[in-house]
Design a protein around this ligand. Structure first.
Ligand SMILES: [Zn+2]
Length: 342
């Protein structure tokens, strides 16, 4: 058994090299939105790092950005799958950056670069954890790394890859990307992660351009589009699509007791967060930019719970219901635009 103090001192001794590694990974502009060539250098680099500490590394692909898979055998029977991604979000608008997105800088003990928190720090932390454990003794469990390359564009081929390599990805548990600490410095857990849904909606009303002087006579596609989007929520931000909340499992007394045990101020904290968000929005410090219609719709489809009461438990929720939500959203949008036209 490897002692935690041995781990601590190994990490302490190697921490600046660990940070340097992370900074190096952050120099790769692996924006999946920019295509295959954009993500390859980062993938090759991560594959090289994985190869140092695992038994084998392979590439898995199904038409999109290839993912990396690596395995390292441990002493015990159990297997743990580690999910990460090496791709990042685009960097626009560039003028809002205080430093260059792919030239990592350290400020006040924090590292700034595109993708450092989501998800390159996790990629490196886990490789470094593996290095640490292997240097100090034997791994207690078998580790399976899955590092995908298109998380930021909706993991388009993930399902195909998962089906094709189901045996390799099988594990007793899966450690997802990300994680953090609350204001009291305790590690946090997330409930109600739902996945995402992109919808692209086009409204076309006229065959050719019209002079603005005719604005009162001709219908405006932009106005219809706005009305359709607005129809999805009421003033309190409830989603108006019928049945949208039907599958939401409310927190039971046992859930609440368990939450209160972990964090006695959980309700208060949640309430504070809601208030803070509201104040920020009211003070107009939050600037909402409609970059593309799908960005707005994505936020709608996420349907985040607004109170602790609504924290849906994952069990009993059907992930494929998301597909249905998509169809319902499209139907609602369609009827909203239709109504405007009548
Ligand atoms: Zn991520």
């Amino acid at each position: 058994m490897i002692s935690t103090s041995a781990v601590d001192s190994y990490v302490e001794k190697n921490s600046s090299r660990f940070v340097d590694d992370l900074m190096e990974l952050c120099t790769f502009p692996s924006i999946s939105n920019h295509g295959l060539d954009a993500v390859k250098p980062a993938r090759d680099w991560v594959a090289g790092r994985l190869a140092r500490f695992t038994d084998r590394v392979e590439t898995m692909e199904a038409g999109g950005m290839p993912a990396l898979y690596a395995e390292v055998r441990g002493a015990g029977k159990r297997k743990l799958l580690l999910y990460e991604h090496y791709d990042v979000q685009p960097v626009d608008p560039l003028d809002l950056w205080e430093s260059k997105p792919f030239e990592p800088v350290q400020k006040d003990g924090k590292l700034y670069a595109r993708g450092v928190a989501d998800d390159k720090a996790d990629v490196m932390a886990r490789i470094h954890a593996l290095e640490t454990l292997k240097s100090l003794g034997e791994l207690p469990v078998t580790l399976r790394f899955f590092v995908e390359g298109e998380e930021e564009i909706g993991s388009k081929s993930f399902e195909k890859i998962a089906h094709a390599h189901a045996e390799k990805l099988r594990a007793d548990g899966c450690l997802w990307e990300s994680g953090g600490f609350d204001s009291a410095g305790r590690p946090t857990m997330f409930f109600g992660a739902r996945g995402l849904l992109y919808v692209q909606l086009r409204v076309r009303l006229l065959d050719y351009d019209q002079h603005s002087g005719f604005a009162s006579l001709y219908p405006s596609a932009a106005a219809y589009l706005i009305a359709a989007l607005a129809s999805l929520r009421d003033q309190d931000m409830n989603i108006r699509i019928e049945g949208f909340y039907d599958d939401m499992v409310k927190a039971t007394d046992a859930d609440r007791r368990m939450l209160a045990k972990i964090d006695p101020e959980v309700e208060e904290r949640y309430e504070k967060l809601r208030k803070w968000r509201k104040e920020r929005a009211e003070a107009r410090k939050v600037e909402v930019q409609v970059i593309a219609p799908n960005a707005v719709l994505m936020a709608v489809a996420r349907g985040a719970p607004r109170t602790l009461e609504e924290l849906g438990r994952v069990e009993g929720m059907d992930p494929f219901r998301l597909q249905q939500y998509g169809d319902e959203i499209l139907t609602a949008l369609h009827s909203a635009t239709q109504q405007q036209l009548l």
